[in-house]
Design a protein around this ligand. Structure first.
Ligand code: SF4
Ligand code: SF3
Length: 502
């Protein structure tokens, strides 16, 4: 008997499912508690109990990959939901296609919950999205629902995710201003510092307010890099630069560093002996043995630890990243972009975006970007960009060839840019000289993929591997309906997307 079953992320064991412990570090017991929490939410949704939106979003978010490994926290959330759980074993044990589609829908719902959670923290009203999440959860537990019904609900989940992304985009700009292009230093200066990771801008702002007064510098990590582009965050003198690269390198990059680390959301890996004594969590994230900062957001333990560790004696690192090409920045250049397309100075756009991860085949994305011709632009977002955002690709049509649009949720901005370009050029989105080359790892990327499919966007390339829950039959449907395709070889894929012989 397997001790657990989980197939929700890209690194699932053997490309089929984690059975005894998660490749992510999740134990069988934590998996059981996450299933119990999910089952309780499904039961509440099926009973029409009317779950509180905050509890629903926080609970689903806690079960997303690399978020919460803390059994006590998961048990507390389940107790708050207060329902005898629906047995998730009934999903795991369902016939292959039904299991796959129910897992797909659940993964999409977890992604929606994460984005809804962030916008809710900034004061957005997520009640309508919460209603969809309840309907979706009820469907995950509906054993009579056929494949067609499940597939169409998955696309509706993409629609709900579009609403969640729109809400978050608005909440971010209302709270922190309109992001603009910015160069972010990768130098770590002398003196005590905190590295903030995850996606939560509000937590970062609260940290900046508290750290600045105590002479502690703050560096962003991973998906917080785009924070520097927002005037309401960039204005803090304590915000110095960016540390490290993507999430999967954290155990190596954090070990022995004389600074404190704060995880506001995913992707948290189990901290090792080399740095566990300086890691903190807040919000939906948790890990046993790691100090969790509660809802009062009093970050003094984090700041105190940074002061104890003292930082480096002299500056370390070099270089910079450029970020902040959100939809507003790109659309403010719309005339230049459209002119460059019409004149042929820009031949094609690529959106190379999504998650990073450990698999060596993810080198594909850097290789793909490196090979893109000089008269093409590369838009990127999500943490997958750390594979190539140190490349200098030069300019095309007077624009930088590599444009970092922000976090994974800024897929909303990419959609806006694509729609605006299509309108300006008098064509449909699928007729644009635009190709989407996406990388997935966790469930937010699944939600974004469902959003793109809901919008009818065709011919997306998806990698580095296809989800284990996409069965051959479901893949056939996605290929026939949307032209979704797995990655091939970078040069051949590029030639095909540009309509050239390989
Ligand atoms: Fe395995 Fe991914 Fe599930 Fe972790 S989240 S247990 S790695 S499938
Ligand atoms: Fe990355 Fe975890 Fe998905 Fe927000 S931080 S994109 S993997």
């Amino acid at each position: 008997m397997p001790q657990m079953f989980c197939m929700q992320c890209e690194q699932t064991a053997g490309g089929r499912g984690c059975l005894s412990a998660g490749r992510c570090g999740k134990s069988a017991e934590t998996s059981r508690l996450q299933d119990g929490l999910t089952g309780a939410l499904i039961a509440a949704a099926r009973n029409g109990e009317g779950l509180e939106p905050q509890l629903l979003a926080e609970s689903l978010f806690a079960t997303l990959t690399n978020v919460n490994f803390d059994d006590a926290a998961l048990a507390r959330l389940a107790a708050r939901v207060g329902q005898p759980p629906y047995d998730l074993g009934r999903v795991h044990g369902a016939p292959e296609d039904a299991r796959g589609l129910r897992t797909l829908l659940l993964a999409g719902l977890r992604g929606v919950a994460a984005y809804a959670f962030h916008s809710m923290a900034l004061g957005a009203d997520i009640r309508e999205i919460a209603r969809f999440m309840e309907n979706g959860l009820a469907a995950v537990g509906d054993e009579d629902l056929g494949l067609d019904g499940l597939l169409s609900l998955a696309l509706e989940c993409g629609e709900a995710n579009l609403s969640a992304l729109r809400l978050l985009d608005r909440a971010n700009t209302e709270a922190f201003g309109v992001p603009g292009p910015v160069k972010v230093s990768r130098v770590i200066g002398p003196g005590p510092f905190v590295v903030a990771s995850g996606h939560d801008f509000l937590d970062l702002r609260l940290l900046l307010e508290q750290a600045g007064g105590r002479g502690v510098d703050v560096y962003t990590h991973g998906e917080l890099l785009p924070a520097h582009a927002y005037p309401g965050l960039g204005k803090y003198p304590a915000l110095k630069g960016n540390f490290g690269t993507a999430w999967q390198n954290q155990q190596r990059e954090f070990a022995g560093v004389p600074g404190a680390f704060l995880f506001t959301t995913n992707c948290l890996m189990p901290p090792t002996a080399g740095h566990a004594d300086r890691v903190f969590t807040t919000g939906p994230v948790g890990h046993p043995g790691i100090v969790h900062i509660g809802d009062d957001k009093d970050f003094s333990p984090v700041i105190g630890r940074a002061l104890e560790l003292g930082g480096y004696g002299e500056a370390r690192g070099k270089g910079h990243f450029t970020t902040g090409f959100g939809h507003q920045a790109v659309l403010s250049l719309a005339d230049t972009v459209v002119g460059a397309v019409r004149s042929g100075a820009i031949r094609h756009f690529f959106l190379v975006g999504g998650c990073d991860g450990e698999r060596a085949s993810r080198d594909y994305y850097a290789e793909f970007v490196r090979r893109t011709p000089k008269d093409t632009l590369v838009l990127t977002l999500g943490c997958g960009k750390f594979r190539f955002n140190d490349l200098d690709l030069g300019t095309a049509g007077g624009l930088p060839r590599l444009l970092d649009m922000g976090q994974c949720n800024d897929a909303f901005g990419a959609i806006r840019v694509a729609l605006a370009l299509a309108e300006a050029l008098g064509c449909g989105v699928n007729d644009l000289p635009l190709s989407l080359v996406l990388s997935w790892y966790e469930q937010k990327a699944v939600a974004i993929l469902l959003t793109l499919l809901h919008l009818g966007i065709r011919n997306i390339l998806l990698g580095p591997t296809l989800p284990a829950f996409v069965t051959p039959k479901v893949l056939d449907r996605l290929v026939a309906g949307f032209g979704l395709a797995p990655l091939g070889e970078p040069g051949a894929d590029l030639a095909r997307l540009l309509g050239q012989p390989a």
